[in-house]
Design a binder for this molecule. Structure first.
Ligand code: GRG
Length: 300
């Protein structure tokens, strides 16, 4: 029996399709001497995934009154490229050494380790080449500020910094403050970029951008704890990657320290806080709120 989609699932499916069409427009043609890198980049981006970061960025942009596709679309594509590069590098033998991601062979398994490294490097650079295209909209100051936030949240003070601590702490007992630092950087930082850039490009006030950053921080922690839970109790087929990878890699996670029950309560608590912070925004936030609630109840 085919299950009918509810309204939220329907709009989510439409938004995923829109995000993928936008991404597709920026992907390179597979031709020329360096054809292999184009193929590896396209394979990595087209492998699937929830497309959450561009969808969240667009939803925040709309909630803040933004209407210019010329300014938001290059940033939506750029953020998904950065997210994809992080997954490609995270799967490498020197890091998690995973063979499957999103139900498909990981990039290094398909193209070799050398191309896996280069595909990640290419995606990171190409993300900025793509984001720069937003200058064509003429919103120079907003685009410059959005680029600053993108570099900051994706780099050493954001996602890369979190990954450094995560890698160094492998196999060791991690205290709660360190764990929270890792979640806030490795996972929340790109969600903060999505929320903040959506607000910045729509002309949100400083106070609103601060709220967006804080809301995304809480959402990212909830999202990561849910990810830990799914690694213990999730379904390999739905996830498209092997479960129990944290245990195999001797990772201290919230779920390993506190158990599933307490972790689920924390997911709920952080999600409620994330939603509460957005209350003062006057725009239409129905989709954004539903999406945030769904994210932390997800099974993939
Ligand atoms: C290698 C610099 C570098 C960073 C890697 C993002 C990351 C840091 C590692 C990937 C593994 C991981 C558990 C990251 C935390 C964030 C997270 C849960 C990513 C998965 O995001 P989803 O669920 O993935 O949005 P899809 O496949 O749906 O896009």
């Amino acid at each position: 029996m085919v299950k009918k989609m509810n309204d939220f699932e329907q709009s989510m499916a439409e938004r995923v399709q829109r995000a993928e069409q936008i991404l597709d427009r920026y992907l390179p043609a597979e031709e020329g001497y360096q054809k292999t890198i184009f193929e590896a980049v396209n394979y990595s981006v087209r492998a699937g995934g929830k497309r959450l970061r561009p969808i969240l960025m667009q939803a925040v942009y709309e909630m803040c009154g933004g209407t210019d596709s010329q300014v938001i679309e290059p940033f939506m594509a750029a953020l998904e490229m950065i997210h994809t590069y992080s997954l490609v590098h995270d799967d490498l033998p020197a890091m998690d050494n995973d063979d499957y991601r999103r139900g498909k062979l990981t990039t290094h398994k398909k193209f070799g380790e050398d191309m896996g490294i280069l595909a990640g490097d290419a995606l990171l650079n190409y993300a900025y080449e793509t984001a720069f295209k937003a200058f064509d909209s003429g919103s120079t100051d907003r685009v410059a500020e959005a680029l600053r936030v993108l570099g900051w949240k994706a780099g050493m003070y954001g996602m890369v910094g979190g990954q450094v601590v995560d890698v160094e702490e492998n196999g060791k007992f991690v205290d709660e403050a360190t764990l929270l630092f890792v979640y806030e950087t490795k996972t929340s930082a790109l969600l903060e970029a999505a929320f903040m850039i959506g607000g910045i490009l729509a002309g949100a006030s400083q106070e609103q951008i601060h709220r967006l950053e804080l809301s995304a921080k809480k959402l990212g922690i909830a999202f990561q704890i849910q990810d830990d839970i799914l690694d213990v109790v999730g379904d390999e087929e739905k996830l498209g990657k092997p479960v129990h990878s944290d245990e195999r890699n001797e990772k201290s996670t919230f779920a390993a320290i506190h158990g599933i029950q307490k972790s689920s309560e924390k997911v709920k608590e952080y999600t409620e806080e994330a939603l509460e912070i957005l209350t003062p925004f006057p725009g239409d936030k129905a989709f954004l709120e539903e999406c945030m609630g769904w994210l932390t109840k997800r099974d993939n």
